[in-house]
Ligand binder design. Sequence first.
Ligand SMILES: Nc1ncnc2c1ncn2[C@@H]1O[C@H](COP(=O)(O)OP(=O)(O)OP(=O)(O)O)[C@@H](O)[C@H]1O
Ligand code: SF4
Ligand SMILES: [Mg+2]
Length: 373
Amino acid sequence: MDNVLEVKDLATYFFMHDYIIRAVDGVDFTLGRGETLGIVGESGCGKSITSMSMMRLVPDPPGRIISGEISLKGRDILKISDDEMRKVRGNEISMIFQEPMTSLNPVFTIGFQISEVLRLHRDIGKQDAITEAARLLRMVGMSDPEERVNEYPFQLSGGLRQRAMIAIAMACEPTVMIADEPTTALDVTIQAQILRLMRQLKETKDTSIAFITHDLAVIASFTDRVMVMYAGVAVETSTVHEIFKNPLHPYTQGLLGSVPVLGDRKVNADGSRKLLNAIPGSLPDARRFPRGCRFAPRCPKAMKKCWEAEPATVEVAPGHQVRCFLHHDEVRVISKRDLGAAGKRVLKNQQKNSGKKKSSADGSKTDTPTARN
Ligand SMILES: Nc1ncnc2c1ncn2[C@@H]1O[C@H](COP(=O)(O)OP(=O)(O)OP(=O)(O)O)[C@@H](O)[C@H]1O
Ligand code: SF4
Ligand SMILES: [Mg+2]
């Protein structure tokens, strides 16, 4: 399968007053033509910032893509001008945002917002663009689209707003569509309709989709491959079949183990109530990751080595990459990142506040970006 998108060593940091948030810290993945890649991981692991980085929409300041390559059909979109990126965004790569209410402009009608995308990228008149907007709204299953084009986002229900977002994202039939939890806020019937719609798009237009969700059932039924993210990095990537059948990373195993299974007994043999399996602890603070493997503080299989070095991502079977010392011995080599003027400012402020403690709350060794770079 030829890759339409190749992301290499993508790192996006937020430069706050006296600390740096490493939201995305060296993510690599590919997306084949017509392929759907599911992206999973717990809240705060960097899924949305990875997507925003692909759209070059990270709020700057305080955010900045500090390294990496995002090659879209062979062209590195991190190297093109803002003007060129405007032609790419919405046309070749588009995104359904996590929050439709905050992503749609409240002061413009839905019809205007869809036709604006069409007019920006296509040679089309105002009236024709509105007619096309109504056609797109019909396609995403909205009734009375000729009326709806004149409505404002606040007049639509959550499901209709999400459909309007999808219509905008689909308007120019992009090569790559990023869907950031497009169905999380919707009820199951609308969710099924929207997934059907996206599947049609993939099948008829060969659209490649990066699909972010917390819903493992959606991942199982809708995606071809899965990337599991943890603390700003990808910890495991493989086909959906392989991830469910043979998860290798302890985090992936924990994630899959925490899904309730229909028909499972709800009480233990002693009569006590059975609790769902949960991964103990929480995501590490993105200001100070543990020095070794980022999952070590929560990992039931952590070894001495895991606290000393960070594992590299290694392909341990065809198409199956994992970042864990249980499966290889390779240590991650971090490329030198230029933190620029923003990094120097943070360092200066950190020095001013040097009285403050530099270790993590539990006193364990941590790895801060300014100490490392
Ligand atoms: N504007 C911002 N300023 C500072 N930090 C930010 C900003 N946006 C995101 N972050 C931080 O970046 C990290 C990754 O956030 P991101 O939104 O990508 O998480 P996510 O995986 O999409 O989570 P969720 O599942 O809750 O949507 C988090 O630590 C978050 O606090
Ligand atoms: S490297 Fe060590 S701590 Fe990290 S996931 Fe693997 S076993 Fe657990
Ligand atoms: Mg998100």
